[in-house]
Design a protein around this ligand. Structure first.
Ligand code: SAH
Length: 346
């Protein structure tokens, strides 16, 4: 075995212990630690993460477009504003033609993948989803990513057959007991089994965690990262917890920025060449939150193409949500001195 100083993995584990001692669970964002700590543990950790990212992806940011196709939801997750019992939002569904038009426009702007995202809307007709996935694959060169929640096996198979490439299903929190409290209508095991099933039948899979949920421990998030490694995920994410006005957890503290960045860097170090988005929730904790996420090892930016009136009703985490536009994504990439296909097209 290499001595500790030369082994980035061991080094990061040691660093993590030191870093975690400085942070208490659920602490409020203390941007000092990340933004201006001089030669601290984190800098070293982030540097290792960025080096690994560069080995796998060079200087390239991968642009993904998202269209939020429905905010109907059958579930009642305690942290989510789209939960079934939130009667204060207007529910909407986008139809086939509208989604295909959006896909065409994404492609014109240099986007490489389209993500169709929604609440767990089991009444959105599966035949329509299949038709839409098929049309996008036929009419564009976009890869299709689905983020539609927990689905029947037959539906997953049908969408894969229609040409879907990847499915995003976050484990949200790796502790099954906490999971059950926060997602009362479903179970951790069910979600995990869906991920395994999708990998088996040929989807690329993506998963990840919300950092800073009430009662969550650092240790279990770390174990969660190891679980993602075992699952051989193709993409992964961490998102800081954002208390949502439309949810029972609305008065809980925000997840910590430092801790979320810390786990993002650990994710890069342990999962190596996976795609990792700098999710927009980072920008709700710090004005440069997404840049900080890129500097902690992320390599994907998700640009929002949901029609503006609908996006306001897609209460994933906050009414203050500020969806990433093409312009903002371009500015971010330029400010980081990185490149991307969205910079080459006007
Ligand atoms: N119904 C789908 C998509 C949900 S929205 C599903 O369950 O997979 C996409 C992601 O938003 C969720 O997976 C969750 O990780 C994230 N999210 C929802 N509420 C959040 C909150 N309050 N804070 C941070 N992330 C949140």
């Amino acid at each position: 075995m290499k001595p500790i100083a030369e082994n980035p993995l061991l080094h990061s584990m040691q660093a993590s212990e030191m870093f975690l001692q400085k942070i208490s669970p659920g602490s409020n964002p203390n941007t000092e630690l990340v933004v201006s700590s001089e030669g601290g543990v984190n800098r070293q950790l982030f540097k290792s993460a960025v080096n690994i990212r560069t080995q796998h992806f060079g200087n390239e940011v991968y642009p993904r477009g998202v269209v939020e196709i429905s905010n109907y939801c059958n579930l009642n997750c305690l942290y989510c504003g789209m939960r079934k019992d939130n009667l204060t939002i207007n529910r909407y569904r986008l139809g086939h033609n509208e989604i295909v038009q959006i896909a065409l426009s994404m492609e014109q702007h240099g986007i490489k993948s389209i993500m169709l995202q929604s609440g767990d809307d089991y009444t959105y007709p599966i035949a329509s989803l299949v038709k839409t996935v098929h049309a996008i694959r036929k009419e564009t060169d976009l890869r299709v990513i689905l983020c539609l929640g927990e689905r029947k096996r037959a539906d997953l198979e049908a969408m894969l057959k229609a040409g879907a490439n990847m499915y995003v299903l976050k484990l949200e929190t790796p502790n099954p007991i906490l999971f059950q409290k926060l997602r009362p209508s479903t179970t951790f095991e069910r979600r995990l089994n869906q991920l395994k099933f999708m990998k088996k039948i040929g989807y690329q899979i993506s998963s990840g965690f919300i950092v800073g949920l009430p009662e969550q421990t650092h240790h279990e998030i770390f174990e969660g990262l190891m679980l993602l490694k075992d699952l051989r995920v193709d993409a992964a994410s961490v998102s800081p917890f954002i208390p949502n006005e439309g949810s029972p957890l609305k008065n809980e503290p925000f997840g910590s920025l430092e801790l979320s960045l810390y786990f993002l860097a650990q994710m890069r170090i342990h999962l190596q060449g996976v795609y990792i988005p700098a999710v927009s929730a980072f920008s709700l904790l710090h004005k440069d939150g997404q840049a900080l996420a890129m500097n902690a090892g992320a390599n994907v930016i998700t640009i929002n193409f949901t029609p503006k009136t609908n996006a306001k009703q897609y209460l994933m985490y906050s009414e203050k949500r500020n969806p990433v536009s093409l312009e903002r994504a371009r500015e971010l990439i330029l400010s980081l001195g990185m490149t991307s296909s969205i910079l080459q097209i006007n």
